[in-house]
Structures are given as structure tokens and as C-alpha cells.
Ligand binder design. Sequence first.
Ligand SMILES: [Zn+2]
Length: 290
Amino acid sequence: MSGTAPAAPLNAMSIDVEDWFQVQNYAGLIPRARWDSLPRRVEERTREVLDLFARAGIRATFFTLGWVAERHPGLIRDIVAAGHELASHGYGHERVFEIGADRFREDIRRAKHLLEQAGGVAVTGYRAPTFSVNPTATPWAHAVLAEAGYRYSSSIFPGPRAGGPVPLQPWRPHPDGVVELPMTALRLGPACLPVSGGGPFRATPHPLFAALLRRVNAEGRRGIFYFHPWEIDPDQPRVPGLSATKRLRHFLGLRRMAPRLARLLGDFAWAPVEAVFAPELAAPAPARAA
Ligand SMILES: [Zn+2]
């Protein structure tokens, strides 16, 4: 019908592109200095993700490490050529609250430069490693992102990791900073339930997860889902010395993950973060109070 704008897509699909040995779970077991001596699996797994998205006919946002772009520029080119949004996961997967503002500035600039060199497109979205940004621990992060040329962050995980109560809707944690598009959660009484992917997705039966995401949408909110290439890699190397809890968190449900993702892709309408949140990204930053 003329005069009617098409409905905005409801939910954003995203993937954090990093290798199996870069997860925080292994931080105490695999020193950074060893990364280059380990067998890399990220390119093959990410190509499987590209195939999965192509079969489902969806486009997504790839929050990619600068470290990966430096070693796999061909993969970055193919992500862009397939029509996906290329975004930044920082350079070296260091937790933001541990490195401080100056090293954070270096890390996100280096990642943006490497990704843009490889992909040939502007990179304006950012996701912090392990959602290590929040208003209490890193009050400067969103301003530093704006200064470095980013437009949005999708780095705050409502719940205990956020360091206190935070909005579930897009918001500006810093008056001069980029907009934050928080990971999806549902408030159920005093609890804040994640509805956004990763380990909790693998641990939740599919119909229940789908019902929770429908409830988010019924509240008028758009969801953001995320996963990692290593989550569809049940045959990745086992690292001796990992505690039972961490082993469970890392390996739970990996064999079922690819078929479950295919089902999730079919159950909802998905688009890249920048498309789903286009209205928020188009809005100018509010003027700083005098
Ligand atoms: Zn990560």
C-alpha cells in the first residue's frame, strides 16, 4: 500500500568472530604469546556460518577481531561480499575494564583500521570482548568509541555483568558517546534473564528460548542474538587443565548448535544490527548539557 513504510525487521543476528583459543575461559591456560603457534580454525568455521546464513537467506553483523582480520583478510572480503555488516570486536580480545582508556583507544583504532583495510568498507559498530564494558567500570568507553569514529556499541549485558541496573533499550551511557544497543534480556521480577545467545542459548530448550524472544518482541523491543564460530565446532582441541564448570560452559550443546541455529534462523526475521537499529543510529547525539 502506498504511504506505508515497510515494517522494521524485528531482531538482529550477530556473530563474534574469534578463534577457539581466544575465549576468556582459556585466559589462564593459553597465554597470548602462544596464540600464533596454535592451529587456527576460525576461517573454516566462519565460512560454515556464511553458508548457514546463505541457505537461510539472511544477513548479519560480524563483530570481528582485528587479530583475525590481520591473518585472514580474504575471509573479511568474503563477509563483506556476501552483504553482511562488518563490525569490530577490538584487536586483541582484552577485557576493557582491565586495560583502561588509553589501551582501549589503541585497541579499537587498530581493529578498525585492519578491518577497513581488509574489507574496504567503513566499520562503525563495536562489541566489547566478554561484554566487558559497563557504566560503572568503564564510564569513558562510549566517549572513546565516538572519538575513534564508531557509531554504536553492542557491549553491555544487562544483569550482574553490567555492574548495576541498566536500561534494556538503546541508550547513551555518556553524553558525548556512541549509542549503546544492549544485549537482549527480559526482566522477570527481580531477575534479568538473558535472551541473547551464547551459553544460555545452548542450555535452553529451543521452544522455551523462542517463546522468550517472542515475549521480548511482544513488549515492542527488538532482540540482538549472538554466537561464535567455535560454538559450531564440536571437534575443536581439548585443553588440559580446564575446570569442570568451564568445560561444561564451553562445550555444552556444541554438536546440536548448527541445527538449532538453522531452526532459529527460520523462526524469526533477522537482519544486521545497523539495519534493525537504523532509527537509533540516524538520531543525532543529544547536545551536551551546558
Ligand atoms: Zn569475544
